[in-house]
Design a protein around this ligand. Structure first.
Ligand code: SER
Length: 314
């Protein structure tokens, strides 16, 4: 059967890039973008778009039947910093949207699901350096608890109902096309915008807070790779660790200074410091490399160059 794809949360940071890439691979009319709000002009003009609430089962089912969807990428979620402010809203969105697509797959209305997890599934008791695939997981944030629970349900639906759900624990993702919303790793994007505009950035994390990060093109490559992988090769049905680079605010500021010598960074940690402190500093992703051939391309230096070049054009 030919693939017909639905992206839920297509107007967001990952969804917009994923939609563009999928539309460059499959015919644009076979890649349906959806979100609770419209996306930017490029997204809206590049193929079909539906306004869709990820928590509304009937509305998702209607779109799936209308377009004969086979694969769903569920990218709608409330991220870590916003989720701390609206715990019940975050739980409702992050869990109900997942149950909606898992149940549609269980009832054979779709074949395959991609659902993103996060480094936020780990917590303060997790080993912080080269965090293993399988380890202590006691997430201390609302977002992390929702992703950890989601992982358990994905594995359960795979084992119990044979639902083909595939997942990656994304690190902080860095991109220039669409802004992220409400995450703790967002500083690593905002820093570029402020560096170019004001040559100054007030950072909400302290200078030594190392976090796992990745340039968006690597994240999109990984997403497409795991979705194309032979199901039999996927030994993990909760979610795969995934890594590319790790850096702290001081290190990224130093890299930016190579391009903008007058750039200054000031540290004023806020509530997001505690969230970042509960997460790993680096990730062991050898299982993803072994099972489906994952390999990252971009490091801090290359990513910085791309971000500055492209934001400069705007
Ligand atoms: N980038 C996300 C956040 O900061 C983590 O998955 O919330």
């Amino acid at each position: 059967m030919k693939k017909r794809i639905l992206i839920i949360g297509a107007s967001g940071q990952i969804g917009s890039e994923l939609t563009a890439r999928l539309r460059s691979i499959y015919a644009p009319h076979k890649v349906i973008a959806s979100d609770i709000r419209e996306g930017d002009e490029t997204l809206m003009k590049s193929g079909p778009f539906e306004i869709l609430d990820a928590t509304d089962y009937d509305a998702i089912e209607d779109v799936i039947l209308q377009y004969e969807i086979t694969d769903v990428y569920l990218m709608a979620a409330m991220l870590s910093a916003t989720a701390e402010k609206f715990p019940m809203k975050a739980w409702n969105l992050n869990m109900n949207s997942l149950f909606n697509v898992l149940n549609l797959a269980k009832d054979k209305k779709i074949n395959t699901i991609f659902w993103p997890s996060s480094i936020a599934v780990f917590g303060p008791t997790t080993p912080k350096i080269m965090t293993p695939q399988r380890t202590v997981m006691e997430p201390s944030t609302v977002y992390g608890i929702s992703k950890q629970t989601g992982e358990r349900w994905c594995e359960y639906y795979f084992n119990k109902y044979n639902v083909d759900v595939r997942s990656i624990r994304y690190p902080g993702l860095i991109s220039y096309r669409t802004l992220p919303g409400g995450g703790t790793t967002d500083y690593a994007i905002d820093i570029f915008h402020k560096a170019l505009k004001h040559q100054k950035y007030i950072c909400f994390l302290n200078e030594k807070t190392s976090l796992p990060m990745m340039y968006i093109d690597d994240a999109i490559d990984a997403t497409l790779q795991i979705m194309e992988a032979d199901s039999a090769n996927l030994s993990i049905r909760n979610s795969y660790n995934l890594a590319a680079m790790s850096f702290n605010p001081e290190e990224i500021a130093k890299e930016i200074k190579k391009h903008i010598p007058d750039f200054k960074i000031i540290y004023q940690p806020d509530f997001r410091q505690a969230i970042a402190d509960s997460w790993p500093q680096s990730i062991d992703d050898s299982q993803a490399r072994e099972d489906w051939g994952w390999k990252h391309q971009y490091n801090l230096e290359e990513m910085t160059k791309i971000m500055i070049e492209n934001l400069n054009k705007e």
